[in-house]
Write a protein that binds this ligand. Structure first.
Ligand SMILES: Nc1nc2c(ncn2[C@@H]2O[C@H](COP(=O)(O)OP(=O)(O)OP(=O)(O)O)[C@@H](O)[C@H]2O)c(=O)[nH]1
Length: 397
């Protein structure tokens, strides 16, 4: 079977171009960093198509086009891909390092093309830059090897690992076989494998990238659906999920879970006096105050207009009451200044505890709510535990 290398290179170009169009047309479905990254990756894919096109046309176009220009375009395409992926994953871009290596590598390629003519040296120079790019692409994907790692990252990691293996083999082969390295379009087995992989790589990497953009968007949506837009803390949905998880953990560890429900006193008067915008600022300040009193592991969520819940894993009724008292004092001490007016604020707090083994989220919140109601009823600006409320047990197992 004879394989025409130029045809493979042109197939790779066509495939890369098609994937560039697919990626570009998908950009409309994404926003923010994902969109910027996807555009960059689509551009990189288009440049890769151009590079493979020029490489495949060797002999039909001028050498300066099919060697230095094609290599420059390929190196820029790799650099853009590195930037696109690392930007998406929040890794440092390393753009300067990539730029310096790419320019140095390209100058060496030009030198070994027209100065000291050596295909093998040219190949090694291009490979060194590509290996650096591959390492920078692979590094932020390694966490996908964990048991619960991302499937999209694994697809990309596998594709890039194969690329590393093939680049290494292509460079090692002339040394091991004592045959000089030959131009890419010469049909040797390693060239055929290299070209076949390069023709397929755009498809695999694009699938990996698209899966990754999807995962990123889903994670963002998940976070949005669970975050209170005003204060940035957990919303009711997230809080209910967290209580369920913490109750399970309390069941297996045998430790209690403290629960506080708190509500701003006379908040309507704040709105009436300072308007809804002023009320919103008070809520933001309140959350900041509450968070100051929390310890590592405590969780806060907003469950109503001016009603918040704090979960304190490992704390029994007595310690949770102490936490409630700290929050109450912290809020009472805060002096907010609005348009020259000093505004004092207080909260009423209901405290309960989930005994190990308890798993009824609704009953737990109802108990905290009953204690909060009792605190309001008793005059506000106080902490009441379920133990203090007649008819409400401190905890139910
Ligand atoms: N600014 C602002 N106000 C809100 C928000 N959500 C609910 N509110 C207001 O919170 C106020 C709650 O009033 P009430 O339930 O009567 O309670 P209160 O005035 O705090 O009185 P007590 O709870 O009995 O001490 C209402 O005026 C709501 O309009 C919000 O997101 N922002």
């Amino acid at each position: 079977m004879s394989i025409d290398m130029a045809t493979l290179a042109l197939m790779g170009a066509a495939q890369a171009l098609l994937m560039a169009v697919v990626l570009w047309t998908s950009t409309g479905s994404y926003a923010g960093v994902a969109r910027a990254s996807l555009r960059l990756r689509a551009g990189a894919q288009a440049l890769e198509a151009a590079a493979w096109g020029l490489l495949g046309l060797r002999g039909h176009v001028a050498d300066w086009l099919s060697i230095p220009v094609a290599n420059a375009v390929m190196l820029v395409s790799y650099a853009m891909t590195v930037h696109a992926l690392r930007m998406l994953l929040g890794a440092p871009s390393r753009l300067r390092m990539v730029a310096v290596a790419s320019v140095a590598g390209w100058l060496a390629i030009v030198w070994y093309t027209w100065g000291a003519t050596s295909f093998q040296a040219r190949m090694v120079c291009a490979s060194l830059v590509i290996m650096l790019d591959l390492a920078l692409l692979i590094a932020p994907l390694l966490d996908s090897l964990r048991r619960d790692g991302s499937a999209a990252k694994r697809v990309l990691l596998a594709t890039l690992a194969i690329a590393v293996a093939i680049v290494l083999w292509r460079n090692a082969e002339p040394l091991l076989s004592s045959r000089p390295a030959t131009g890419l379009l010469v049909p040797t087995p390693i060239n055929a494998i290299y070209m076949m992989f390069s023709a397929m790589q755009p498809l695999f990497t694009s699938v990996g990238f698209l899966l990754l953009y999807n995962e990123t968007m889903q994670a963002e949506l998940r976070l949005l659906a669970r975050t209170d837009p005003l204060t940035g803390v957990n919303n009711r949905l997230a809080l209910i999920e967290t209580i369920g998880r913490l109750l399970d953990a309390a069941g297996s560890s045998g430790r209690p879970l403290g629960v506080l429900m708190l509500d701003v006193d006379h908040f309507k008067a704040v709105n009436d006096r300072f308007g809804h915008g002023g009320g919103d600022r008070v809520l933001l300040s309140l959350v900041e105050r509450i968070q100051r009193a929390l310890s590592h592991g405590d969780v806060i969520g907003r469950v109503g207009g001016e009603e918040f819940v704090v979960l304190s894993p490992g704390n029994d009724l007595c310690r949770t009451r102490a936490l409630g008292e700290r929050i109450r004092t912290e809020v009472e001490r805060a002096q907010l200044v609005f348009d020259g007016h000093v505004l004092g604020m207080t909260v009423s707090v209901g405290v309960t505890e989930a005994a190990p083994g308890e798993n009824d989220v609704t009953a737990l919140l109802q108990r905290a709510d009953a204690a909060l109601y009792a605190a309001k009823h008793a005059g506000r600006n106080r902490v009441v535990t379920t133990g203090d409320v007649a008819g409400v047990p401190p905890a139910s197992a």
